[in-house]
Design a protein around this ligand. Structure first.
Ligand SMILES: [Zn+2]
Length: 264
């Protein structure tokens, strides 16, 4: 069920019957020379739609514009400030809830969003929300698929697994010929690496061409396996969120206790 294709009465019924809405969050940014700039969002949307078919819930329209500041040195990035993004996404969640949904799962597969989205979750705690927001997944989409990878270069961005997934989901937008002569981006040394310092040019320093991995052994078949596994994981998450009431109790408990804090 997709929000944009439903009538008002259908939305009201879905809010009442399943109560869960998925909010996909994407990004616009270069993915090497061979993948489309919407790779993360196209993938997230496809995973959400397939999961919503298996376990009924509504998929809200994708938030395409997000945090890609570290990708501004390559063509394709549309970067919003965090100061704009945090209230934007919170307002969208408030509005989804105002339409009757008690539970919202924010689904994100873009690395740059994994820093501020948990912060948004923390800010929403104790803020009087009458709905539950859950951020999913906690880590990158390609964890746990090392057995599929033929290349020995670790998967980070536009590498073998992400390219496989893209070939499976939107192969018509993939330009494998553009990989000729590029191979795995070697990666420059991070500044301050010896003292484990984090700098404003952390990502850019290592991957100036927005390509981290080796996409050459990518195949559609590997992509299908990753996709089906990711859909299965999201379905399990939707079921767990539907069944959960503990978090509501904890939210209420926290809200009353924050005004009269206990002495530990
Ligand atoms: Zn990506």
């Amino acid at each position: 069920m997709e929000w944009t294709r439903m009538t008002g009465p259908q939305l009201a019924e879905a809010a009442r019957d399943c109560g869960v809405c998925l909010l996909p969050i994407g990004s616009l940014e270069a993915h090497g020379r061979h993948l489309p700039v919407g790779t993360d969002g196209l993938t997230t949307e496809a995973v959400c739609r397939a999961a919503a078919e298996a376990e009924p819930c509504v998929v809200a329209p994708m938030i395409w514009y997000s945090h890609v500041r570290e990708m501004k040195a390559t063509v394709g990035a549309v970067a919003l400030d965090t100061g704009l993004l945090m209230p934007l996404v919170e307002t969208v969640c408030d509005e989804i809830a105002r339409n009757g949904f008690r539970k919202i799962i924010l689904v994100n597969h873009h690395g740059g969003n994994r820093n501020w989205l948990p912060l948004l979750m923390q800010d929403m705690g104790g803020a009087g929300k009458r709905y539950l927001a859950v951020l999913y997944p906690p880590e990158g989409i390609f964890r746990g698929f090392d057995h599929l990878r033929e290349s020995d270069v670790e998967e980070q961005h536009a590498g073998e697994l992400e390219t496989s997934l893209s070939l499976h989901l939107f192969g018509d937008c993939v330009d494998m010929a553009a990989l000729d002569g590029l191979g795995a981006e070697a990666g420059r040394a991070r500044p301050m690496a010896d003292v484990k310092g984090y700098t404003p040019v952390e990502w850019y320093s290592q991957y100036p061409l927005a390509y981290a991995g080796d996409a050459r052994p990518a195949t559609k078949e590997k992509g299908r396996e990753v996709f089906e596994a990711e859909v299965g994981k999201l379905v399990a998450c939707i079921r767990a969120v539907k069944a959960d009431e503990t978090t509501f109790q904890r939210m209420k408990e926290f809200e009353s206790q924050q005004n009269t804090p206990l002495s530990p």
